[in-house]
Design a protein around this ligand. Structure first.
Ligand code: PGA
Length: 253
Protein backbone atom coordinates (compact mmCIF):
# COMPACT_ATOMS: atom_id res chain seq x y z
CA UNK A 1 0.00 0.00 0.00
CA UNK A 2 1.38 3.39 -1.01
CA UNK A 3 1.66 5.93 1.79
CA UNK A 4 -0.14 9.27 1.34
CA UNK A 5 1.91 12.18 2.61
CA UNK A 6 1.42 15.92 2.98
CA UNK A 7 4.62 17.67 4.04
CA UNK A 8 4.92 21.35 4.88
CA UNK A 9 8.26 22.92 4.00
CA UNK A 10 8.53 26.04 6.14
CA UNK A 11 11.81 27.13 4.48
CA UNK A 12 13.42 30.12 6.26
CA UNK A 13 10.25 31.41 7.90
CA UNK A 14 8.88 31.84 11.44
CA UNK A 15 10.42 32.68 14.79
CA UNK A 16 10.48 30.24 17.69
CA UNK A 17 7.14 31.37 19.15
CA UNK A 18 5.48 31.43 15.75
CA UNK A 19 6.78 27.97 14.91
CA UNK A 20 5.38 26.52 18.14
CA UNK A 21 1.97 28.08 17.64
CA UNK A 22 1.82 26.92 14.03
CA UNK A 23 2.60 23.34 14.92
CA UNK A 24 0.18 23.20 17.83
CA UNK A 25 -2.58 24.69 15.70
CA UNK A 26 -1.92 22.06 13.04
CA UNK A 27 -1.85 19.32 15.67
CA UNK A 28 -5.22 20.42 17.11
CA UNK A 29 -6.84 20.74 13.71
CA UNK A 30 -5.63 17.30 12.71
CA UNK A 31 -7.05 15.79 15.90
CA UNK A 32 -10.41 17.51 15.48
CA UNK A 33 -10.91 17.38 11.75
CA UNK A 34 -8.84 14.73 10.07
CA UNK A 35 -9.49 11.06 10.14
CA UNK A 36 -7.80 8.62 7.85
CA UNK A 37 -4.42 7.58 6.83
CA UNK A 38 -2.49 10.64 5.66
CA UNK A 39 1.01 11.03 7.08
CA UNK A 40 1.45 14.71 7.89
CA UNK A 41 4.97 16.11 8.11
CA UNK A 42 6.25 19.50 9.25
CA UNK A 43 9.69 20.75 8.26
CA UNK A 44 10.74 23.59 10.56
CA UNK A 45 14.12 25.35 10.43
CA UNK A 46 16.93 23.70 12.46
CA UNK A 47 16.67 25.80 15.66
CA UNK A 48 13.06 24.71 16.19
CA UNK A 49 13.40 21.00 15.49
CA UNK A 50 13.97 20.00 19.09
CA UNK A 51 10.96 21.89 20.44
CA UNK A 52 8.67 20.83 17.61
CA UNK A 53 10.00 17.27 17.99
CA UNK A 54 8.62 17.15 21.54
CA UNK A 55 5.17 17.56 20.04
CA UNK A 56 5.61 15.13 17.20
CA UNK A 57 7.29 12.35 19.20
CA UNK A 58 4.82 9.56 19.88
CA UNK A 59 2.27 11.43 17.75
CA UNK A 60 1.18 9.05 15.05
CA UNK A 61 -0.42 11.76 12.90
CA UNK A 62 2.29 14.41 12.86
CA UNK A 63 5.88 13.73 11.87
CA UNK A 64 9.09 15.74 11.86
CA UNK A 65 11.40 16.50 8.95
CA UNK A 66 14.54 18.62 8.57
CA UNK A 67 15.24 20.84 5.56
CA UNK A 68 18.82 19.70 5.10
CA UNK A 69 21.46 17.28 6.38
CA UNK A 70 25.23 17.13 6.06
CA UNK A 71 26.73 14.42 3.89
CA UNK A 72 29.44 14.00 6.56
CA UNK A 73 29.08 11.90 9.68
CA UNK A 74 30.69 14.31 12.17
CA UNK A 75 33.74 16.51 12.65
CA UNK A 76 35.13 19.86 11.55
CA UNK A 77 32.31 21.10 9.31
CA UNK A 78 31.37 24.46 10.76
CA UNK A 79 27.71 25.30 10.34
CA UNK A 80 26.66 21.82 9.27
CA UNK A 81 24.17 19.49 10.97
CA UNK A 82 24.63 15.72 10.91
CA UNK A 83 22.05 12.97 10.48
CA UNK A 84 22.86 11.64 13.96
CA UNK A 85 22.09 15.06 15.45
CA UNK A 86 18.78 15.15 13.60
CA UNK A 87 17.91 11.64 14.72
CA UNK A 88 18.67 12.58 18.34
CA UNK A 89 15.95 15.25 18.30
CA UNK A 90 13.33 13.00 16.72
CA UNK A 91 13.68 13.83 13.01
CA UNK A 92 12.18 11.11 10.81
CA UNK A 93 12.46 12.62 7.32
CA UNK A 94 14.81 15.03 5.57
CA UNK A 95 14.52 17.04 2.36
CA UNK A 96 17.34 16.32 -0.07
CA UNK A 97 17.84 18.04 -3.40
CA UNK A 98 15.36 20.88 -3.05
CA UNK A 99 15.87 23.19 -6.03
CA UNK A 100 16.70 26.08 -3.71
CA UNK A 101 19.60 24.10 -2.26
CA UNK A 102 20.73 22.95 -5.69
CA UNK A 103 20.66 26.54 -6.91
CA UNK A 104 21.87 28.66 -3.97
CA UNK A 105 24.16 26.11 -2.33
CA UNK A 106 25.42 24.38 -5.46
CA UNK A 107 24.50 20.92 -4.26
CA UNK A 108 25.33 18.48 -7.03
CA UNK A 109 24.01 14.99 -7.75
CA UNK A 110 26.89 13.23 -5.97
CA UNK A 111 26.46 15.36 -2.84
CA UNK A 112 22.74 14.60 -2.83
CA UNK A 113 23.48 10.90 -3.05
CA UNK A 114 25.86 11.20 -0.07
CA UNK A 115 23.27 13.15 1.91
CA UNK A 116 20.70 10.42 1.32
CA UNK A 117 23.22 7.78 2.42
CA UNK A 118 24.05 9.76 5.58
CA UNK A 119 20.35 10.11 6.44
CA UNK A 120 19.54 6.47 5.70
CA UNK A 121 22.43 5.30 7.89
CA UNK A 122 20.64 6.98 10.80
CA UNK A 123 17.22 5.63 9.89
CA UNK A 124 16.02 8.97 8.50
CA UNK A 125 13.93 8.84 5.32
CA UNK A 126 15.04 11.16 2.52
CA UNK A 127 12.42 13.15 0.60
CA UNK A 128 14.30 13.50 -2.66
CA UNK A 129 13.23 16.55 -4.68
CA UNK A 130 13.51 16.77 -8.44
CA UNK A 131 12.02 19.01 -11.11
CA UNK A 132 12.86 20.95 -14.22
CA UNK A 133 13.41 24.67 -14.82
CA UNK A 134 11.12 26.52 -17.23
CA UNK A 135 13.59 26.41 -20.17
CA UNK A 136 13.58 22.61 -20.08
CA UNK A 137 9.78 22.45 -19.98
CA UNK A 138 9.50 24.95 -22.82
CA UNK A 139 11.99 22.95 -24.89
CA UNK A 140 10.01 19.78 -24.17
CA UNK A 141 12.98 18.20 -22.36
CA UNK A 142 11.37 17.96 -18.92
CA UNK A 143 11.10 14.17 -18.86
CA UNK A 144 14.74 13.69 -19.80
CA UNK A 145 15.82 16.33 -17.30
CA UNK A 146 14.01 14.73 -14.36
CA UNK A 147 15.00 11.24 -15.51
CA UNK A 148 18.63 12.32 -15.40
CA UNK A 149 18.25 13.78 -11.89
CA UNK A 150 16.94 10.42 -10.69
CA UNK A 151 19.65 8.52 -12.49
CA UNK A 152 22.41 10.74 -11.10
CA UNK A 153 21.42 10.45 -7.43
CA UNK A 154 18.75 7.84 -6.75
CA UNK A 155 19.88 4.99 -8.99
CA UNK A 156 22.97 4.36 -6.83
CA UNK A 157 20.89 3.37 -3.81
CA UNK A 158 20.28 -0.29 -2.97
CA UNK A 159 16.76 -1.75 -3.11
CA UNK A 160 16.57 -1.67 0.69
CA UNK A 161 17.65 1.96 0.79
CA UNK A 162 15.24 2.93 -1.96
CA UNK A 163 12.33 1.46 0.04
CA UNK A 164 12.85 4.28 2.56
CA UNK A 165 12.82 7.10 0.01
CA UNK A 166 10.00 9.51 -0.81
CA UNK A 167 10.18 11.44 -4.09
CA UNK A 168 8.89 14.98 -4.56
CA UNK A 169 8.37 16.30 -8.08
CA UNK A 170 8.67 20.07 -7.93
CA UNK A 171 8.83 21.87 -11.28
CA UNK A 172 10.99 24.91 -10.54
CA UNK A 173 8.71 27.22 -12.51
CA UNK A 174 5.87 26.37 -10.13
CA UNK A 175 7.72 26.93 -6.84
CA UNK A 176 6.56 30.07 -5.05
CA UNK A 177 5.30 31.52 -8.33
CA UNK A 178 1.57 30.89 -7.92
CA UNK A 179 1.77 28.98 -11.18
CA UNK A 180 0.90 25.35 -10.52
CA UNK A 181 1.46 22.43 -12.85
CA UNK A 182 -1.91 21.19 -14.04
CA UNK A 183 -3.00 17.92 -12.51
CA UNK A 184 -2.49 16.41 -15.96
CA UNK A 185 1.12 17.65 -16.13
CA UNK A 186 1.75 16.36 -12.61
CA UNK A 187 0.23 12.95 -13.35
CA UNK A 188 2.25 12.56 -16.55
CA UNK A 189 5.51 13.32 -14.78
CA UNK A 190 4.72 11.19 -11.74
CA UNK A 191 3.91 8.22 -13.96
CA UNK A 192 7.17 8.80 -15.83
CA UNK A 193 9.13 8.97 -12.56
CA UNK A 194 7.53 5.75 -11.35
CA UNK A 195 8.41 4.05 -14.59
CA UNK A 196 12.04 5.17 -14.34
CA UNK A 197 12.16 3.92 -10.75
CA UNK A 198 10.82 0.53 -11.83
CA UNK A 199 13.82 0.22 -14.15
CA UNK A 200 16.28 1.05 -11.38
CA UNK A 201 14.65 -1.02 -8.62
CA UNK A 202 12.04 -3.72 -8.55
CA UNK A 203 8.62 -2.95 -9.94
CA UNK A 204 6.85 -3.47 -6.64
CA UNK A 205 9.15 -1.02 -4.84
CA UNK A 206 8.53 1.56 -7.56
CA UNK A 207 4.79 0.97 -7.31
CA UNK A 208 4.89 1.47 -3.56
CA UNK A 209 7.05 4.59 -3.64
CA UNK A 210 5.27 7.76 -2.51
CA UNK A 211 5.63 10.53 -5.09
CA UNK A 212 4.61 14.01 -3.93
CA UNK A 213 3.83 17.04 -6.04
CA UNK A 214 5.23 20.43 -5.00
CA UNK A 215 4.92 23.91 -6.49
CA UNK A 216 2.21 26.40 -5.49
CA UNK A 217 -0.09 23.68 -4.21
CA UNK A 218 -2.90 25.21 -2.14
CA UNK A 219 -6.33 24.36 -0.73
CA UNK A 220 -7.89 25.32 -4.07
CA UNK A 221 -5.93 22.95 -6.31
CA UNK A 222 -4.90 20.12 -3.96
CA UNK A 223 -8.04 18.03 -4.51
CA UNK A 224 -7.56 17.96 -8.25
CA UNK A 225 -3.82 17.17 -7.95
CA UNK A 226 -4.34 14.44 -5.33
CA UNK A 227 -7.08 12.81 -7.39
CA UNK A 228 -4.48 11.65 -9.91
CA UNK A 229 -3.38 8.07 -9.78
CA UNK A 230 0.33 8.66 -9.31
CA UNK A 231 0.13 11.78 -7.13
CA UNK A 232 0.43 10.51 -3.57
CA UNK A 233 0.39 13.85 -1.78
CA UNK A 234 2.18 17.16 -1.70
CA UNK A 235 5.25 19.05 -0.57
CA UNK A 236 3.81 22.40 0.39
CA UNK A 237 5.77 25.64 0.78
CA UNK A 238 3.85 28.92 1.14
CA UNK A 239 0.52 27.33 2.04
CA UNK A 240 2.11 25.31 4.86
CA UNK A 241 2.77 28.49 6.86
CA UNK A 242 -0.93 28.89 7.67
CA UNK A 243 -2.49 26.14 9.78
CA UNK A 244 -5.92 26.52 8.11
CA UNK A 245 -4.58 26.24 4.55
CA UNK A 246 -2.22 23.42 5.40
CA UNK A 247 -4.88 21.36 7.18
CA UNK A 248 -7.32 21.96 4.32
CA UNK A 249 -4.70 20.54 1.95
CA UNK A 250 -4.35 17.48 4.22
CA UNK A 251 -8.12 17.03 3.91
CA UNK A 252 -8.00 17.13 0.11
CA UNK A 253 -7.56 13.41 -0.56
P1 PGA B 1 5.55 26.51 -2.79
O1 PGA B 1 6.90 25.74 -2.44
O2 PGA B 1 4.41 25.62 -2.33
O3 PGA B 1 5.63 27.80 -2.01
O4 PGA B 1 5.53 26.73 -4.25
C1 PGA B 1 7.02 24.35 -2.60
C2 PGA B 1 8.42 23.91 -2.22
O5 PGA B 1 9.39 24.60 -2.60
O6 PGA B 1 8.61 22.87 -1.57
Amino acid sequence: MRKKIVAGNWKMNKTYEEALSLVSEIDNMLKDEVSGDVTVIVTPPFPFLHAVGKLTQGNDRLHLAAQNVSEHESGAYTGEVSAAMLRSVGVEYVLVGHSERRLYHHEDAQTLYKKMKAALAQGIKPIFCCGEPLEERDADRHFEYVGQQLKDSISYLSNEEFDQVVIAYEPIWAIGTGRTASSQQAQEMHAYIREQLSRMFDAEAAFNCTILYGGSANPGNAKDLFSKEDVDGGLIGGASLKSRDFTDIVKSF
